[in-house]
Design a protein. Sequence first.
Length: 407
Amino acid sequence: MTTGSVAAGDSRVGCPARHTTPPSVDPVEDLSTEAVKFITAYYRERQIPNVADRISGVLNEIATTGTYWQTRNELTYGAKVAWRQSVRCIGRVRWAGLKVRDRRTVTTIDGIASELTEHLRIADNGGRIQSVITVFAPDHPLAGPRARVWNDQLIRYCGWQLDGRVLGDPAQVDMTDAALRLGWRPPAVPGRFDLLPWVIETVTEDPTLVDVPRELVREVALTHPRHAWFADLRLRWHALPVIANMRLRIGGVDYSCAPFNGHYLADEIGTRNMGDVDRYNQLRAVAAGLGLDTRDESTLWREHAALVINQAVLHSFQAAGVRISDPHAESDLFMRFCAAEERAGRPVYGDWSWINGSVGWAALHAVHHRYYDTRVPNPNFWPGARTPYSPEPSLRERHYLANRQEG
Ligand code: ARG
């Protein structure tokens, strides 16, 4: 999808297509209805006998407790299907290989922090990134989340607001402020790639800062195979994208704390994180290195610069032995996923504007040349209950209020 509104020079917004996609609505139904649908689908797909017994057990449990506890196998299946139905993800051919860590009984901030640390270790896997999800306690049916991580990802770089400009990642200015307000002691000298601490909150403990275990954060310095000057830009990125603020919904049950990761597509780093004017905004710097004429958009200097950054990302990650995908391989794999889903008699759900890369020559890839089912069924991943920085009541306050109303 092409960029929609393009204003003059660098004031244009990055990839508006993603923001203009109509928001999907979580098709929430009555808990029993969703539970029965999910259990039925699970037993059918895995050809497990005696579904009626499990359904009556679940319905009884809902009648007496207001919710039900999914078995470890149900949770594992549900998390995998949530990935399989994630309309924005092009890497879904790997859905069955998701490593699901059932940590529903870990409820303290200390416990959660050490499980997040273990998540990083397992997912990193020496650079051969594995797809992992760690699922913490389900939300309370009335009072909501029992734990949450404020950070949108487990590994993120600070955004420092300095007189009129931002040093680091502008997308993280609010999170950086939130950490500072909670008393985080920042590095003595702010840099472009300072790691943000985690902020973890539970119903019994206030939002707490936890330093990211730096030794587990693999990073790759960006160099270009043919342009030696590229290294002088001193760009880098982390190896692991671990989404931490989405709500996993399975069979009517919400898991607001369930961080998950795949591995990067070059485009995400090279085009968006480095290229977007409201992120690291590096197109002009790269164009300067290439000696391009940036006065005239029709020279396509932006596309040229973005291509060179994408090459640098692929080259640097490959040289460092860190798993990364290029758009051609990923498009082919996604076509295989589509074929497998259709063979299994399932629709291929997808959001075209996300499935297609943002490099500008998406028509070179097969994913560009078909449409996808635009519905978004559950199990799936949804935006978290509230943004980490909004001035809503803390989890503690919410649970206090909910319980008071109950009693
Ligand atoms: N686009 C996000 C980022 O650049 C990561 C989203 C998840 N990506 C993934 N390959 N699993 O950090």
